[in-house]
Design a protein around this ligand. Structure first.
Ligand code: BTN
Length: 233
C-alpha cells in the first residue's frame, strides 16, 4: 500500500478508486472534498473541505481473513491508527462506525469489485471529520474537537495507511477479538434497522463472518447488515 492518488475534488473517492482498481491499480485515493460523497445504504455523505475522504483499494489476495470480516477489520484499523497517533480511546458500533464517547467520528463504506462473478478487490471508504465542527449532526464529533487543535490531513492519512497495511495480515480470530475489544455494541440493547423491518434485542456476539447475533423475544437472530442503534439499557 504505497501509492497515493491525490485530488482536490472528486464526486466520490469510491468511484475513482473503482476506476483505478479496474485498471489494475492499488493504493489509496484521497480528495480534499467530494461533491457526491456516499454513505452506507445510499445516503449522502457531506464532504466539504476540512474532512478526510479516502478510499483504500485492497486486493482480495492480500487479506488473510474472509472478506466478510473486512467491515469489522476496517473499523479496527481506524481505531488502532488514531490511538497510535493521538492516544485517544475510540469504540466501534457494529459493524464499523467509529465512536468517541458515543458520538460518530468516522464512517466506513466497504464495497467489492467483481470479476467473473467473484469479488477480487475491495474498496474501503473512510470518512473522518477532521477540522470542521459538525453542527448539522449533533451526534457527530470531529478529531479537531477531541484534540483541541487543527489536525493535518497528511498525518492522519499516513497513520491510516500503516494500519490498513497491517490489518490485512490479521488472522480471522484476531480480527474478531480486536473488534470485540473495541466494541461498544456487544452486551447492549440495540435496534437494527433492516430493509425488511426492524429488530430489537440484546447484542450477544459477532459470528465468524461478522454478523451480529441478537437475543430477541423470539429467540436468537443473526443479522448480516442494517443500521444499528444503541438503545438505553
Ligand atoms: C457511513 O455511512 O457511515 C459511511 C460513510 C463513508 C464515507 C466515505 S468518505 C470517502 C469515501 N467516499 C465516499 O463517497 N464515501 C466514503
Amino acid at each position: 500500500m504505497s501509492k497515493i492518488f491525490w485530488y482536490e475534488v472528486l464526486e466520490s473517492t469510491q468511484e475513482e478508486a473503482r476506476r483505478l482498481a479496474e485498471a489494475g491499480e492499488k493504493g489509496v485515493v484521497v480528495a480534499r472534498r467530494q461533491t457526491a460523497g456516499r454513505g452506507r445504504r445510499g445516503r449522502p455523505w457531506l464532504s466539504p473541505e476540512g474532512g478526510l475522504y479516502a478510499t483504500f483499494i485492497l486486493p482480495g489476495e492480500e487479506l488473510a481473513f474472509p472478506p466478510e470480516l473486512l467491515p469489522l477489520a476496517a473499523g479496527v484499523a481506524v481505531v488502532k491508527a488514531l490511538k497510535a497517533l493521538y492516544g485517544i480511546s475510540l469504540g466501534l458500533k457494529w459493524p464499523n462506525d467509529v465512536l468517541y464517547q458515543g458520538r460518530k467520528l468516522c464512517g466506513l463504506l466497504v464495497e467489492s469489485l467483481f470479476r467473473e462473478g467473484h469479488p477480487v478487490c475491495f474498496l474501503v471508504g473512510v470518512g473522518i471529520n477532521l477540522n470542521r465542527p459538525v453542527p448539522e449532526a449533533p451526534q457527530a464529533v470531529s478529531l479537531g474537537e477531541i484534540l483541541g487543535r487543527e489536525v493535518p490531513l497528511e498525518e492522519v492519512l499516513s497513520g491510516l495507511m500503516a494500519a490498513f497495511k497491517e490489518v490485512g495480515h490479521l488472522k480471522p480470530e484476531e480480527v474478531l477479538s480486536s473488534w470485540r475489544a473495541f466494541s461498544e455494541t456487544l452486551g447492549r440493547r440495540v435496534r437494527i434497522l433492516h430493509p425488511e423491518g426492524s429488530l430489537e434485542g440484546i447484542a450477544l456476539e459477532v459470528s465468524p463472518y461478522g454478523n451480529l447475533i441478537l437475543k430477541t423475544e423470539e429467540g436468537l437472530r443473526e443479522v448480516a447488515f442494517g443500521d444499528c442503534i444503541h438503545l438505553r439499557p
